[in-house]
Design a protein around this ligand. Structure first.
Ligand code: FAD
Length: 318
């Protein structure tokens, strides 16, 4: 079922959902199940599975020369989606990205997903790889999320890359996109970023999932601005339980988000990460309860493969 249908069927009740990351290459899928099993009591109608490109690794030879190798550290998104469908009564939502993939490779992945009966995709650009200062599109790939969205929409209309193909089977993916309450870090202003978000919605995106934020007011302001410029699709807030002291610097620098002073003060006072986790759970409960009272369609948790904080938050909220 499509994410938008789940939201419509909920008739105004807030749904629980989450995002998972494929295990590192060579790890067992059981890790995913061990993480998800305790969360199934909250009946997530859909679960997002992130998509990852290859990264460059430099291998030093005894002669001193460096060899550049590429490796995809987290393959398996399509397989995990199939496994989730098999094991649980949920709709997996694979992410697909522009970076690192040609249009042909993307089309092949979408064909697999269609054959597996996957109804939704979250369409994203992807980030720059560590060794490059800025995002570089793959030759023969898509530049921006909107270009990838056009590709998926084309397939929904029976248009595959092969022009010669007649009577092609149209797909029927419900397409979601990302939004940034604190603006995407490359955008010169929030208004500029919102202009491109509106373009994605006008081009066919049916819902938006936001980047994590820790100050609900940022989400409320974002939602208001979206409405003002005519974005009228469901906006799903993304929430991450705060867990470690190191996240005080990691989250702002990696995700380009602000942390509220009250959260920073509370975390700084903690003796160890066990205490930080408790602070993160309490913060997550407060954030979730306020957003739920506000009437958000879904609370979407970035669980990062660990269920305990999400479980404790969800127990208080759902
Ligand atoms: P876009 O919408 O393409 O926007 C990128 C930037 O370009 C923005 O600054 C925007 O304002 C600007 N822009 C947009 N369109 C145009 C245009 N036509 N012309 C000029 N400028 C434009 N990354 C992964 O690698 N794998 C994942 O699974 C993944 N999942 C994510 C899930 C969520 C909910 C979120 C919020 C992010 C996720 N990311 C993931 C990270 C994401 O790929 C990065 O944030 C990336 O830098 C931007 O992706 P986007 O789809 O928002 O890009």
């Amino acid at each position: 079922m499509k994410v938008t249908e789940h939201i419509a069927n909920a008739k105004g009740n807030t749904l629980f959902s989450l995002e998972i990351i494929p295990p590192k290459k060579g790890e067992n899928i059981q890790n995913i199940f061990d993480h998800l099993d305790p969360l199934m009591e909250f009946n997530p109608p859909f679960i997002d599975v992130t998509y990852h490109r290859e990264e460059y690794v430099y291998k030093k030879h005894p002669n001193g020369l460096l060899e550049k190798k590429t490796t995809r550290k987290r393959p398996g998104t399509v397989g995990i989606c199939a496994a989730l469908k098999h094991r649980y009564d949920v709709d997996p939502v694979p992410h697909i990205i522009c970076g690192g993939f040609t249009k042909e490779e993307t089309e092949n992945a979408l064909i697999d997903l269609n054959f597996l009966g996957i109804d939704n995709v979250l369409v994203l650009r992807g980030d720059a790889i560590k060794s490059e200062p800025k995002f570089t599109p793959e030759p023969g790939g898509n530049d921006y999320a909107i270009d990838l969205l056009h590709q998926v929409k084309g397939m929904n209309e029976g248009k595959y890359l092969d022009d010669e193909m007649e009577n092609a089977n149209p797909t029927d993916f419900c397409i979601g996109v990302a939004g940034y309450p604190e603006k995407h870090f490359e955008a010169p202003s929030l208004n500029s970023d919102l202009k491109f978000l509106k373009q994605k919605v006008d081009a066919g995106a049916k819902y938006i999932v936001t980047q994590m934020f820790f100050d609900n007011q940022k989400f409320f302001d974002f939602e208001k601005k979206c409405k003002e410029i005519g974005i009228d699709v469901p906006i799903i807030p993304g929430l991450k339980p705060f867990k470690t002291k190191s996240q005080l610097s990691v989250l702002p620098s990696f995700f380009k988000i602000d942390l509220p002073d009250a959260l920073v003060d509370a975390v700084e006072k903690c003796k160890d990460n066990k205490e930080v986790q408790e602070v993160g759970i309490e913060w997550g409960i407060q954030q979730s309860q306020e957003l739920k009272a506000h009437g958000v369609p879904v609370l979407h948790y970035y669980s990062m493969g660990k269920s305990s904080s999400v479980q404790k938050i969800a127990k208080e909220v759902f």
